[in-house]
Design a protein around this ligand. Structure first.
Ligand SMILES: C[S@@+](CC[C@H](N)C(=O)[O-])C[C@H]1O[C@@H](n2cnc3c(N)ncnc32)[C@H](O)[C@@H]1O
Length: 283
């Protein structure tokens, strides 16, 4: 059943404000008036299947129901943008492989290389990173740890499965596919175990401040095409955490349309041969 009151005015301004506020408080995702139609459509479908008849009722469900955590999981899977593909933003990945990796491997000595793909979606990003490290032949498998996290359980399950269709391969050629994937049923491809085993997937909300302490520190943090969905205050909070979680001399790689301008001056923008990237340099 679709909401009667939605048929006329859809979400009232006041309830829409409450909805966007609880989403923001929980996830940092910022929806303004222009996203009203987008959110309405998604929530209408969800509430119809729950037999909930008003947005007010749904808000109470999200706030107080004993199953609220489960419902949040479903809602988040409906409202996050999960667009991704293998070897996205190739120039930056070349920079990672050719400029950053040799520097860190040399500096680390016997120490493990720790990488975090924050907002990894369905896994194309962390698997691309694992492939690049493997191709570089610079470091043994037992000295690499790649943690890949996302708030969305649905995409994480897909990542753990490691089965992809053609659209994930839009930026790579057939040789790449044949080398690192096995043909799977109906035009799909499955990532080879030697790459799959390199990545650990975990559900992690970037605004879950208590859980950062459990992560340890990283040499490189990839957080690409994630903070664009946050407002300035949320961006500042998350980037501050990344700074704390990076070792001195570590790198933060954002998406090409993202920058730290007006977010923080703590990172240094460094010009490496293949790209411009952010580095933590306190000494
Ligand atoms: C557009 S995808 C980017 C995927 C990949 N990093 C790339 O560049 O191809 C953005 C991802 O950020 C995740 N995300 C959004 N808000 C988040 C939050 N608060 N905590 C963790 N992940 C979040 C979404 O679920 C989504 O999978």
């Amino acid at each position: 059943m679709l909401f009667d009151d939605f048929e006329k005015s859809k979400f009232s301004d006041e309830l829409f404000k409450q909805l966007t506020q609880i989403i923001y408080d929980r996830t940092g995702l910022f929806f303004n008036e222009n996203s009203k139609f987008y959110l309405e459509k998604r929530i209408e479908i969800r509430t119809a299947s729950l037999n909930i008849n008003s947005l007010e009722e749904y808000l109470n469900y999200l706030r107080y129901d004993s199953d609220a955590d489960k419902e949040w999981d479903i809602l988040i899977s409906l409202i996050t943008t999960n667009e991704t593909y293998f070897m996205r933003e190739e120039r930056q990945l070349t920079c990672f492989k050719s400029d950053i990796l040799p520097e860190i491997v040399k500096k680390n000595g016997e120490k493990k290389l720790r990488i975090w793909s924050a907002g990894c979606s369905s896994g194309e990003e962390p698997y691309s990173i694992a492939i690049l490290i493997k191709e570089s032949k610079m470091i043994g498998d037992d000295r690499i740890e790649i943690l890949a996290t996302d708030i969305n359980s649905r995409v994480l399950n897909k990542a753990k499965e490691g089965i992809y269709s053609e659209s994930s391969f839009r930026n790579v050629d057939d040789t790449f596919k044949a080398k690192w994937f096995l043909p799977y049923e109906s035009n799909k491809w499955k990532i080879r175990d030697e790459i799959k085993n390199k990545v650990t997937f975990q559900k992690f909300n970037l605004f879950d401040t208590d859980r950062y302490a459990l992560l340890g520190t990283f040499d490189v943090i990839f957080c690409r095409n994630v903070i664009i969905y946050f407002d300035l205050e949320a961006k500042i909070k998350v980037v501050e955490r990344f700074f704390d979680k990076l070792i001195d001399g570590g790198y933060l790689l954002l998406g090409h349309s993202e920058s730290l301008i007006s977010i923080t001056e703590k990172f240094k923008l460094v010009h490496l041969p293949n790209d411009l990237v952010y580095k933590k340099e306190t000494k």
